[in-house]
Write a protein that binds this ligand. Structure first.
Ligand code: SF4
Length: 69
């Protein structure tokens, strides 16, 4: 499992934004841990048209904290 810190994709509201938050996404936000093979879409308006796929430990300056469900 990967440990996710503030500022990384796994805790960003844009991570997986293109689909409904599933159990996996909710667990990542609650536990700050994610499987090592996980990739998901970045829904940030500046990345969405490029269909950027990121890991939970990726990051960028567009980070906005996700709400805990
Ligand atoms: S690439 Fe940036 S905007 Fe997209 S999910 Fe990661 S931190 Fe958020």
């Amino acid at each position: 499992m990967l440990q996710i810190r503030e500022g990384q994709c796994g805790l960003c509201m844009h991570f997986g934004e293109s689909h409904q938050p599933d159990t996996k996404l909710i667990q990542i936000r609650q536990t700050h841990q994610a499987p090592e093979d996980l990739l998901d879409d970045c829904g940030h308006p500046r990345h969405a048209s490029l269909h950027l796929r990121v890991t939970p430990i990726s990051g960028c300056d567009g980070f906005e904290p996700a709400r805990i469900q």
